[in-house]
Write a protein that binds this ligand. Structure first.
Ligand SMILES: Nc1ncnc2c1ncn2[C@@H]1O[C@H](COP(=O)(O)OP(=O)(O)OP(=O)(O)O)[C@@H](O)[C@H]1O
Ligand SMILES: [Mg+2]
Length: 465
């Protein structure tokens, strides 16, 4: 039972995000694993499928490997609708917004925020696809998906939308096909051509993913006002997605007034939901290789830190890869722990690479606190004290509390820590309190790779806490 689609490029046409069709099912079952590059652009490893371990010499036993369809635990793999877990409420709200488009009417615009890996792109593409498939006879719905990290200028957005919608089938035989180049026209000509293309549709759903990366929000306003301004007769519904929670509040007022949306904020997944998401992929592994603890433990780690399905998937896959590499017949709890450790170190190394020493000292201070205190959360003032002791001990410049707060903000944005406001009761006032989202030991290992911190040892760290 291996339904679903593998797509290495999440910005591909929605065709590949199909989540309900038989087509995808047969595609995956009858073909070799697609094995496109993963989200890091790396080619798939050759041990992706158990069958690839085949050895021709009968003297040697066949090793089956851990995976039977490793594609399913790749991040780019798009699950079918019945494997989209815990997002029913959002699916239903988005479908209500798009409902009128199915009949050729005007869909409502939607703005979606939420942390990374919470299913924003997946769910938007899934529901859009369903709306397009559901459209009543003679109603033509256009749909496009745009990753604004790749098309960020106004002209790029307009020409990409135009190109994606510019299907030969929308034209009558005697009609000239509108040409939509990448560059080389004045901006208003690009718009004009887009309106001409859109006129061939009754309605269009335009997904603008990572919309905060647009160079200007003017394009949002133009698209949202197109019908009102008589630019096109096509009813446009925009689904704009961002993982910056305040992005839509901070749009310029004219755009905001044209772009009235249904707002949705996707919650991080909890441990139960992540368990279900991982169970939906367990046929990536050969029958019986997953011990009972693997999924609950991977889900617990993931929920505790971030509630990000993408990272949970990476953990699940890495645990399998580690087991595979050491020739084990099963994936056990230890593999999940090692995978967690490896991934955490990688993430942290990436994060700290190139950051100023001050950031490293701040990381050390929260690790020291977290190692020594029973309370998970530490208020800014206490952290700052620990930080000062550390910088004094290694004879390093000490920054002021305001800059220290900026560093904490940066750590929060990068999901190194989680911050909440606490009320310390009468006279105590309100304070920001921070919790480390990683294993302090891991952080110490990485920070101490920097020779400037060599005078500090794990055991000496406790005196700074
Ligand atoms: N509810 C879910 N059920 C099953 N798989 C999921 C679910 N949510 C996310 N995933 C998996 O996690 C991957 C990442 O999800 P998605 O791309 O939708 O996250 P996102 O919220 O758009 O994150 P980002 O802000 O980083 O773009 C999906 O491709 C899918 O494999
Ligand atoms: Mg996304």
């Amino acid at each position: 039972m291996s339904n679903g689609t593998s797509t290495s490029d999440e910005s591909r046409d929605l065709e590949s995000a199909s989540s309900d069709g038989q087509d995808d099912r047969s595609r995956v079952q009858t073909s070799e694993p697609k094995g496109g590059p993963d989200e890091n652009g790396k080619p798939p490893s050759s041990d992706g499928d158990g069958t690839q371990f085949k050895v021709d010499d009968p003297l040697f036993s066949q090793r089956k490997g851990i995976f039977q369809n490793k594609e399913m635990v790749r991040v780019g793999w798009v699950p079918d609708g019945d494997r989209i877990v815990g997002r029913d409420g959002y699916i239903s709200t988005i479908s209500s917004c798009l409902n009128d488009a199915v009949y050729g009417g005007a869909p409502n615009h939607i703005s979606i925020t939420g942390k990374t890996g919470t299913g924003k792109s997946l769910v938007s593409r899934y529901v859009t696809r369903r709306a397009v498939n559901a459209s009543v006879e003679d109603i033509r719905i256009g749909h496009t998906y745009l990753d604004c990290s790749k098309s960020s200028t106004e002209v790029q957005v307009i020409s990409t939308i135009g190109q994606q919608l510019n299907d030969e089938d929308i034209y009558d035989e005697d009609e000239d096909i509108v040409k939509m180049p990448d560059t080389g026209l004045p901006k208003d000509k690009f718009y004009k051509r887009l309106w001409q293309i859109l006129d061939h549709y009754d309605s269009a759903i335009i997904i603008l993913d990572e919309v905060d990366l647009l160079k200007s929000d003017h394009v949002l306003m133009s698209l949202a006002k197109a019908v009102e301004s008589n630019d096109t007769s096509c009813q446009i519904g925009i689904i704009a997605i961002s993982n910056q929670i305040n992005f839509f509040d901070e749009l310029n007022p004219r755009t905001k007034s044209a772009f009235q949306t249904q707002e949705l904020n996707f919650d991080p997944y909890n441990a139960n939901q992540i368990q279900e998401i991982l169970r939906g992929r367990d046929d990536a592994f050969r029958d019986g290789v997953l011990t009972d603890d693997v999924i609950p433990l991977a889900a617990a780690f993931s929920a505790q830190e971030h509630g990000d399905a993408r990272k949970a998937m990476r953990l699940f896959r890495t645990a399998g890869e580690l087991a595979d590499r050491e020739g084990s017949d099963v994936v056990g709890e230890d593999h999940v722990r090692s995978a967690q450790d490896t991934l955490e170190k990688d993430r942290f190394r990436d994060f700290l690479q190139g950051t100023p020493t001050q950031m490293k000292a701040a990381c050390l201070s929260i690790s020291a606190k977290s190692l020594c205190s029973r309370d998970d959360y530490v208020i800014t003032g206490e952290l700052y004290d620990a930080y000062q002791q550390i910088t004094n001990a290694i004879d390093m410049d000490t920054i002021g509390i305001r800059r220290f707060r900026d560093i904490l903000d940066e750590m929060q944005l990068s999901q190194v820590i989680e911050t909440k406001e606490v009320n310390m009761g009468k006279g105590g006032g309100r304070h920001n309190s921070h919790r480390l989202l990683h294993n302090p030991e891991t952080i110490l290992d990485i920070v101490m790779e920097d020779t400037r911190f060599r005078e500090i040892s794990k055991s000496s760290l406790k005196r700074f806490a």
